[in-house]
Ligand binder design. Structure first.
Ligand code: C5P
Length: 232
């Protein structure tokens, strides 16, 4: 059984939208609804993790969208929220696909491809993209002085969903030991697991700043126009 975990308990301070990021509306629906809908066709169950005090509201917007999901409260860090999501997975869950609510445009095919890539000998799989910008190592304590240029040829930016056997991710979380991590692959890397990236998609962007929301809205509108769907 595959369970999708949408982490939506971040505050979204950089977006400055006045509501928690998961509830920011894109094309008529909250980001967490987009993310849960993206996971649903590839998963047997979906768990949505929101901030303390937002569980009922999240249940409401998911029900309005006709989506069935377990909703639970997250924690202070993304890792805490993933751990809460793992604990809320229905029994029988063997594989988990952890997805950021901040990535509302993950395509069904991308998700299926990523889930299908979790095969021996790999312990974790996620989509990623080779970076396109030139990268500099900068010393912020010295007025942004460039220390050196980093060779970008082997650098990839990682997306979600990140897919694991649930037992692997549970073990990796148990060994976290207070390290600050920004994704779940790192936990498995630290535990010595074999982690692999598959080709991601540019449209699977992470909504972090208000410009990203505008880009996501334009991509969604273009996709709907191409498929003849009417805006909600
Ligand atoms: O903070 P960042 O942009 O890395 O967050 C990525 C995802 O993790 C977002 O979808 C956010 O809602 C989620 N998150 C969470 N709980 C936190 C912090 C972030 O669920 N405490």
């Amino acid at each position: 059984m595959i369970t999708g975990i949408v982490v939506a308990a971040g505050s979204g301070e950089r977006l400055a939208a006045g509501v928690p990021k998961g509830f920011v509306v894109l094309a008529g629906e909250p980001l967490l609804v987009h993310a849960a809908r993206a996971l649903a066709p590839s998963c047997d169950a979906v768990v949505v993790v929101v901030g303390e005090g937002q569980v009922a509201a999240a249940g409401g917007v998911l029900a309005d969208a006709g989506l069935e999901a377990f909703v639970c409260a997250g924690g202070a860090t993304r890792a805490d929220s993933v751990a809460a999501g793992l604990a809320a997975c229905p029994s029988g869950t063997e594989v988990v696909a952890v997805h950021d609510a901040a990535r509302p445009l993950a395509g069904e095919r991308l998700i299926r491809r990523t889930v299908a890539a979790l095969q021996a000998p790999w312990d974790a799989v996620a989509p990623g993209l080779q970076v396109v910008d030139t990268l500099k190592l900068v010393d912020p304590a010295r007025e942004g002085r460039v220390v050196r240029t980093v060779d970008r040829r082997s650098l990839w930016a990682v997306q979600t969903p990140q897919v694991f056997a649930s037992a692997t991710l549970e073990r990796a979380h148990a060994g976290l030991g207070g390290h600050a991590v920004t994704d779940d692959l790192e936990l498995v890397e630290r535990a010595g697991g074999r982690v692999r990236l598959v080709a991601g998609e540019r449209r699977n962007l992470k909504v972090t700043f208000s410009e990203d929301l505008a880009i996501a809205a334009a991509l969604l509108a273009a996709g709907r126009a191409a498929s003849g769907r009417v805006e909600p």
